[in-house]
Design a protein around this ligand. Sequence first.
Ligand code: FMN
Length: 314
Amino acid sequence: MNKKKVLLISYSQTGQLNDVLSSLSSPLLNNTNIEVTHHIIKPKKNYPFPWNFFDFMDCFPESVYLEPCEIENIEDNNDYDLIILAYQVWFLSPSIPITSFLKSSWAKQKFKNKPVITLIGCRNMWIMAQEKIKKMLLELDAKLIDNVVLIDKGNSLETFITTPRWMLTGKKNSIFGLSSAGIDENEIIKSQRFGKALVDALLNNKEKENKSLLYGLKAVEVNIKLIKSEQIGIKSFMIWGNLIRKIGKQGSFARKPVLIIYLLFLLSMIITVVPINMIIQSILRKINKKLAIKQKEFYELPSGSGNERMKEYQ
Ligand SMILES: Cc1cc2nc3c(=O)[nH]c(=O)nc-3n(C[C@H](O)[C@H](O)[C@H](O)COP(=O)(O)O)c2cc1C
């Protein structure tokens, strides 16, 4: 039997997403019939971590408008049976290094007609980013067969404080009794179940069927309360991002005052409009339950939130 070739693509600032990918892919690496290659995306100009405040805010227009940065070339002529693309979310969009990779000529060659699994590690808002990834994969003629999502362990209120604190100071520890920042260690370890299911699928040529290989493993869970917030959030990012891009290039001084105004606007919205909107949305969801369920199911495709195979791959 020819060895199955699996390509892993990732970028991670803190190393968190690489840890998730290592855990998920460990069953593949331990199987002698499977060959795994991992390419890490390297931007030519590094995004420093922890972020300084202005650099953090300044990358939002380019993130939402999917503007690539320069990345190091990848030298690799292999043909792959399966691709796992691990990415994080920046401003409800794929991170700039991942967008840049998907827009590269190398990705154009390698992704054509290939089954692709996306793996997301983020705070908790990934739905709009995944919609953008779906479009980019379609443009590459790639086939999205699964999506696995791991989110930070705290609730929305906790991570509203702990995730930005982690990004801006590098500190993940718990403060004021809040959960520490980032994805739960146990969830990272448990993501091996996906790798185990992939080994079985690859050894039975299932990746050729262009169907989900990770269904029934709780790959993804859409929080219906966040759908509308993401839809409104991305619209606001597009409007303000467009304005800021007209004012100057990324890094230019002229952008700074507008970024501060936008941040103040965003915070005032979060304190006033967002809670009112959440109440209205929860009433609307109760009135139209079917629509809410339909939306949840749509955004959970192709893997779904079912758990029927959990015992098999624990
Ligand atoms: C600039 C920036 C913007 C972010 N925006 C979001 C976001 O919109 N939604 C979200 O769930 N997480 C967001 N995050 C958190 C990241 O998705 C991710 O969890 C964090 O950066 C750690 O990833 P890494 O260390 O593996 O790169 C953002 C992080 C950064 C640095």
